[in-house]
Design a protein around this ligand. Sequence first.
Ligand SMILES: NC(=O)c1ccc[n+]([C@@H]2O[C@H](COP(=O)([O-])OP(=O)(O)OC[C@H]3O[C@@H](n4cnc5c(N)ncnc54)[C@H](O)[C@@H]3O)[C@@H](O)[C@H]2O)c1
Length: 175
Amino acid sequence: MSYPSGTVVLSARHDSAEPPGGFRKRFLVTGGAGFIASHMIISLVENLSDCLVMNLDKLDYCASLKNLDAISSKPNYKFLQGDICDSHFIKQLFETENIDVVLHFAAQTHVDLSFLDSCKFAYVNIYGTHILLNAAYEAGVEKFIYISTDEVYGGSLDQVAISFFFSPSLSLVIL
Ligand SMILES: NC(=O)c1ccc[n+]([C@@H]2O[C@H](COP(=O)([O-])OP(=O)(O)OC[C@H]3O[C@@H](n4cnc5c(N)ncnc54)[C@H](O)[C@@H]3O)[C@@H](O)[C@H]2O)c1
């Protein structure tokens, strides 16, 4: 595929690296140079050798590709440096890479910094996610998994059940 100027493709494989019948599934993992997604990528690359795992990361201040050294030269791994907020790039990526599954981890994550520059957090975490969702929808991807936090999703179902269960008792205790 051709990438917009400014996009750095560090270890993208040639199409010829694909197995003769192509990959069984093609995963796009965003924020793969971050803490959680780097572990997810290693697990996917090592356990699903018939699937392609693409790591899209802007390489922000907190990112590190070091964690991915063990799998960075595997034929079913490809790293792309790019920004989820770059709608043109994201659209092109989905149009050309035949992505089946998106695992979206890319985010501004450091809560302390969000107090200083909340706009940047809203831009990346909301606008960037919107750009990805739109492109994924238009490309008809099979599954889009958004890894976020309990501030977005709420507590687990177990916790909800527990709070429902305990609320009446708690009221009784207070009374
Ligand atoms: N780490 C935790 O304890 C924790 C807990 C709960 C939820 N989460 C959530 O899990 C997700 C991942 O967290 P993490 O700790 O791995 O984050 P992290 O900060 O370690 O990694 C985020 C990655 O996203 C990349 N990124 C940032 N902006 C980008 C952009 N515009 N385009 C492309 N890439 C971009 C960064 O370069 C970085 O590699 C976040 O949504 C976070 O809120 C994390």
